[in-house]
Design a protein around this ligand. Sequence first.
Ligand code: HEC
Length: 106
Amino acid sequence: MKKFTISMLVVGAIALCGVAMSPLTATADDDAAGGKCFRTKFDTTMTKDACAKGGQGEAKKVWKAFVTEAKKTEATLACKTCHTKMGPEFPLEKDALDHYKKLGGK
Ligand code: HEC
């Protein structure tokens, strides 16, 4: 039983180290946080800014926040409403950009 407790502590300490280190690696190298965005030209300032700031990981974050907010207007909205595939290139449905603008996106 004692042995079990100690090994749990070791595992916990290692996990804590990982958590403590991750913000450092993310700022040191954007690629570590999921890589750059696929697009290099953007039609939306939201995506452009997010990609510049933190690559595709940050873009996913802002899109999730956007969809959460936009669901108040359109309850059935999902990533798949506008994206035919969820990564790595996030290809768009034909009306995706119009749809985004209609929902108040910039
Ligand atoms: C209303 C339509 C719409 C919805 C819903 C939507 N997206 Fe998008 N998404 C777009 C458009 C349009 C672009 C292209 C943006 C640009 O050109 O600036 C895009 C781009 C992206 C990109 C950038 C990809 C790259 O590397 O170039 C990511 C990541 C992304 N979306 C993730 C998501 C996720 C995750 C969700 C769901 C939580 C989501 N999107 C929901 C329309 C949408």
